[in-house]
Design a protein around this ligand. Structure first.
Ligand code: GLN
Length: 455
């Protein structure tokens, strides 16, 4: 714990942590020591972790990296983090993320952007770590913590993992409790770990997962010993290669990495088959209707009355307007406006309802594929490596450029499936690239077994 606290201090330039909690960390570490001395060794005894600032931590400021929650100190602990503490883990502090987890570069945070510890060969340009869990990915990659919590609504665990050569798994929807996690789009949000290796991510997920009566969408089925899946033979497994993920203009190095990954799995005894997921091209547009719709509804609670920031006003309407105008950043306001529009009377059928129908078709594509005996699907994790801070943001930037980062990851959230991003190679400039494996519902173990082969 002390070594990690010093590393955090030395790497403040990355802006990965938005709050350091050294006193709490040391006292939790001492408590872990005391438990170990008594022979009560939890599976994560003394393991120092960073916590994305989207997870409510009792008595510790939790902001979702939004000004509107700037002074919010929860009186309760999220289920996922309380399970980590139950198993002996230590909290080092709270990690930066895109405001309300909306973004793919960690540039929308009210605490400013996060730096990626990776650089292009021979260049000093600071790159983004991806988003929205950019602080989690950067901190793990820079060895500031042994693992981190993260959340993934459309790719926010897997894309930053791919940008930083870390491992990120988004479990099946319902595997982890969402209780105490600041809501973005409730039907898509899932918690998961970002870690240094596939094995570490298996150990962390085992603690984070499990049924919780406080989240009615969490599923009451046993959590397997994920670590036992590491090193298990993948012989005879059928791996689908979806032809629709072969995008025009995709960099040759990503294409190459994808074939290499397939070859590694084949060498380990898996069988490769080409599959079709015909509705893939509609996933991103449908996601950018469903996610903002749910966000506009979830964010209605930030009214200047119940939480955080409150601006001066003459009446209640002005209170809402002033607080929300001052408290929300540009991307969040854009999402609230899109969401309110697509849910409004007269447009609901044309946009929201249609997007939900498309979502059903996307889910069915995967079901058809799994019904043919496919155990998992292999795709690139992202369409590019990390890019420079400011390269895809700013006043004149087209937000769709940023949204395209999630082209390979959003389908998985739309279908509620588990997906893992594993570091697999580097681009011509020495930047990490990741591959994604998508599994059947609640078969995260398959992803750990296959992921370890690629790693
Ligand atoms: N980048 C996507 C978005 O902005 C996904 C974010 C996420 O997974 N939280 O919505």
């Amino acid at each position: 714990t002390d070594a990690h606290l010093s590393a955090i201090e030395a790497a403040r330039v990355l802006n990965a942590f938005v709050l350091e909690t050294p006193d709490q960390a040391r006292s939790m570490a001492r408590e872990a020591d005391a438990r170990i001395a008594k022979g009560d060794v939890g599976p994560l005894a003394g393991i120092p972790l960073g916590i994305k600032d989207l997870f409510a931590t009792k008595g510790v400021r939790t902001t979702a990296c939004s000004k509107i929650l700037g002074n919010f100190v929860p009186t309760y602990e999220s289920t996922v983090t309380s399970q980590l503490w139950r198993d002996g883990a230590v909290m080092l502090g709270k990690l930066n993320n895109d405001e309300f987890a909306m973004g793919s570069a960690n540039e929308t945070s009210c605490f400013g952007p996060v730096g990626n510890p990776w650089r292009r060969d021979g260049s000093n340009t600071t790159l983004v770590p991806g988003g929205s869990s950019g602080g989690s990915a950067s901190a793990v990659a820079a060895l500031l913590c042994m693992g981190a919590t993260a959340t993934d609504t459309g790719g926010s665990i897997r894309q930053p993992a791919a940008f930083t050569a870390t491992v990120g798994i988004k479990p099946t929807y319902g595997r982890c409790s969402r209780w105490g996690i600041v809501a973005f789009a409730s039907s898509l949000d899932q918690a998961g770990p970002i870690a240094r290796s596939v094995r570490d991510s298996a150990m962390l997920l085992r603690s984070m997962a499990g049924h919780d009566p406080k989240d009615t969408t969490s599923v009451d089925i046993p959590v397997p010993d994920y670590e036992a899946a590491i090193g298990k033979s993948v012989k005879g497994m059928k791996i689908g290669i979806p032809k629709e993920y072969r995008l025009d203009g995709m960099p040759a190095e990503i294409e190459k990495l994808w074939s290499e990954g397939a070859a590694w799995l084949k060498a380990a005894g898996a069988e490769l088959v080409e599959v079709s997921l015909p509705h893939t091209k509609y996933a991103l547009p449908a996601y950018y209707i469903v996610a903002p719709a749910e966000a506009s509804s979830n964010l209605a609670r930030y009214d200047g009355v119940r939480y955080g920031l409150r601006e001066q006003a003459k009446n209640i309407i002005e209170l809402y307007e002033n607080t929300r105008a001052e408290g929300f950043g540009a991307e969040v306001r854009r999402r609230v406006m899109i969401g309110t529009y697509v849910l409004s009377a007269g447009y609901y059928d044309a946009y929201y309802l249609r997007a939900q129908k498309v979502r059903t078709l996307i889910k069915k594509d995967f079901e058809d594929c799994f019904a043919k005996g496919v155990n998992a699907i292999l795709t690139p994790a992202t369409p590019s490596a990390a890019f420079g801070i400011g390269e895809k943001s700013g006043e004149d930037a087209d937000p769709v450029e940023m949204y395209l980062n999630d082209i390979f990851t959003v389908t998985v959230n739309m279908a509620g499936l588990p997906g893992i991003a594993v570091p697999a190679g580097k681009d011509t400039q020495g930047l990490p690239l990741g591959l994604q494996l998508i599994g059947r519902p609640f078969e995260e173990e398959t992803l750990f077994s296959l992921g370890e082969v690629i790693e």
